[in-house]
Design a protein around this ligand. Structure first.
Ligand SMILES: NC(=O)c1ccc[n+]([C@@H]2O[C@H](COP(=O)([O-])OP(=O)(O)OC[C@H]3O[C@@H](n4cnc5c(N)ncnc54)[C@H](O)[C@@H]3O)[C@@H](O)[C@H]2O)c1
Length: 316
């Protein structure tokens, strides 16, 4: 059992806290905003309820037992006292993260591992030099208690033994680590997602397809094979010769890098920012965001259970 301190109790922080609690670890969590910290027990309770309903946690994991494993700490010093792993999950702003890592350097003994959940920032220049050997990225996906992938990413000086240790820890949490050779912004899954987004915004901005049609193509065309085969095993099944031809085929050009989409700008200008606003690309029929998130999570859990039953078809 580890003692894990989580800094930042927002969308990711509270979810990561639940993952570690269910993994049998002692968790301390803190946030700069007292009201965010105070909301943690209710958010964790609701996530636990969803997991229990979906049969992903044993009945022995009562709300009380989880609450006892996750201690709310009003200060950073209290959160990190006695911790052997600290996970930074604060707002994605370099100056804020740099300040937190300077504080952690002051508060934590030398052997403590310092991890960041950053999505895109190169965190390593923001961490004090003498901490580099015990610093790494541990990157979860949302919601972390349902999506199993965890990116384990070294900086230029990270001790390989720490990577092995963290990989084992993630496996012990019942999740799926991938250990990258070096830091690249967005890691693997987010980079693939960014490439998909660039194409989707081109199709929307050029009026080639509607949001419904694009999501129909993703759900009914792209998606079905991915949970069973991933991307590269799918290529093995379709033949690598065909893949070579696809690369040679000059009729398809990937979209150039873009920094904005007219469709996205227009929707945001109308206040159509997504589920939290009731409308985004789609109209969510006046349903409360909390209900929609639960509905999403129920479906994700059902799919995850089906995927576990079916199992991936992988070579070696
Ligand atoms: N949202 C996602 O889908 C997602 C997925 C993976 C990784 N991430 C990464 O995780 C990190 C957190 O993202 P989030 O979506 O949970 O953000 P969030 O805004 O929901 O939560 C961030 C929290 O950090 C707190 N905070 C800010 N400065 C602080 C400080 N100095 N000390 C303590 N707490 C502080 C804020 O009060 C806030 O509650 C970011 O680095 C983000 O890139 C996000």
């Amino acid at each position: 059992m580890r003692t894990v301190a989580i800094v930042g109790a927002g969308l990711m922080g509270h979810g990561i806290a639940l993952v570690f609690a269910l993994g049998g670890h002692a968790v301390r969590i803190t946030d700069a905003r007292p009201e965010t910290l105070a909301a943690v027990p209710a958010l964790i309770g609701s996530a636990l309820e969803t997991l229990r309903e979906g049969g992903l946690v044993e009945a022995a994991w009562t709300a009380e037992r989880v609450a006892a494993a996750v201690r709310l700490c009003p200060t950073l010093a209290e959160a990190v006292a006695g911790a052997d792993l600290v996970i930074e999950a604060i707002t994605e702003k370099p100056d804020l993260k740099q300040t937190v890592f300077a504080e952690l350097d002051r508060l934590c003994p030398a052997g403590v591992a310092l991890a960041s959940n950053t999505s895109y920032l190169d965190i390593f220049p923001l961490i004090p030099a003498r901490r580099q050997e015990r610093a790494l990225v541990l990157h979860w996906y949302t919601p972390p208690y349902i999506v199993d992938l965890v990116d384990v990413v070294p900086g230029p000086q990270t001790d390989p033994a720490l990577l092995d240790e963290m990989r084992e820890m993630v496996i012990g949490l019942g999740q799926v680590p991938i250990v990258l050779k070096r830091f690249i912004p967005g890691y693997v899954a987010n980079r693939i997602q960014s490439a998909i987004s660039a194409e989707v915004y081109r199709l929307l901005d050029e009026g080639v397809a509607t949001p419904r049609e694009i999501d129909d193509a993703v759900i009914h065309g792209l998606s079905l094979r991915i949970p069973v085969l991933g991307h590269l095993a799918k290529a093995d099944f379709t033949s690598l010769e065909l893949q070579r031809q696809a690369l040679l085929n000059a009729s398809y050009e990937p979209p150039p890098p873009r920094t904005r989409s007219e469709t996205l700008d227009a929707l945001c200008a109308e206040g159509r920012t997504g589920v939290m606003a009731g409308r985004g690309f789609f109209d969510w029929g006046g349903r409360e965001p909390a209900e929609l998130f639960r509905d999403r999570d129920r479906r994700l859990i059902a799919l995850k259970k089906a995927m576990r039953d079916i199992g991936p078809l992988t070579g070696t």
